[in-house]
Design a protein around this ligand. Structure first.
Ligand code: IMP
Ligand code: MG
Length: 185
């Protein structure tokens, strides 16, 4: 029998249709804001892959893509706050209009670190897009220019987001059953 992800999930928070509609809206706004310019999208691996792939296909401006990987939660569900680059960008961002694309802003530590690191590389402009936001967990103030959805403080998977590298390929965002993980603070 095929895999039944529903058995591991508490509830679906955002359906495939809701995500598709919102991503298209975000793309329209970005298209307006960057009219006539060329955009470099930087996806944060691996969680932002689905969001970036859908977003870039809805854009009406010239765009290129690159990826960066930073250390993440590992197998736990809480951020340690320590961030380091695991895979850097392929090319220079000097003088470019850069949009960082992230799956979710939780404590904000990942995005804060990336903003500071990328700013030092002298892009022409630097903005942030995130599909999801858990504002109640914020530890540092970060400015997200394009935000998909605010969600409650629950651990979610799907549409790029994982738990122990599983569930990324689900086409929707769902709350994982808490009994499947033990929170590590
Ligand atoms: P921050 O540095 O605490 O903002 O964490 C951001 C990163 O933590 C995201 O890019 C995700 O990889 C991961 N993360 C935060 N919350 C969740 C969640 O609910 N599910 C899966 N990954 C999450
Ligand atoms: Mg991530």
């Amino acid at each position: 029998m095929s895999w039944q992800p529903e058995a591991d999930l508490q509830e679906v928070l955002l359906t495939e249709a809701q995500i598709k509609t919102r991503v298209a809206e975000m793309a329209r706004q970005i298209t307006r804001d960057y009219d006539g310019r060329q955009l470099l999208l930087i996806g944060i691996l691996k969680g932002a892959v689905m969001f970036l792939a859908d977003l870039v296909r809805e854009l009406g401006v010239k765009a290129s893509i690159d990826f960066i990987a930073v250390s993440s939660y590992g197998s736990s569900t809480k951020s340690s706050g320590a961030v380091r680059i695991l895979k850097d960008l392929d090319s220079s961002i000097d003088g470019k209009d850069v949009l960082v694309v992230e799956d979710i802003v939780d404590t904000g530590l990942t995005l804060q670190y990336l903003v500071n690191t990328l700013k030092a590389r002298k892009p022409r402009s630097l903005k942030m897009a995130a599909l999801l936001d858990k504002p109640s967990r914020r530890k540092v103030d970060v400015n997200v220019d394009y935000l998909g959805f605010q969600i409650p403080d629950k651990f979610v998977v799907g549409y790029g987001l994982d738990f122990n590298e599983d569930y990324r390929h689900l086409p929707y965002v769902a709350v994982l059953k808490p009994e499947l993980y033990r929170e590590v603070d």
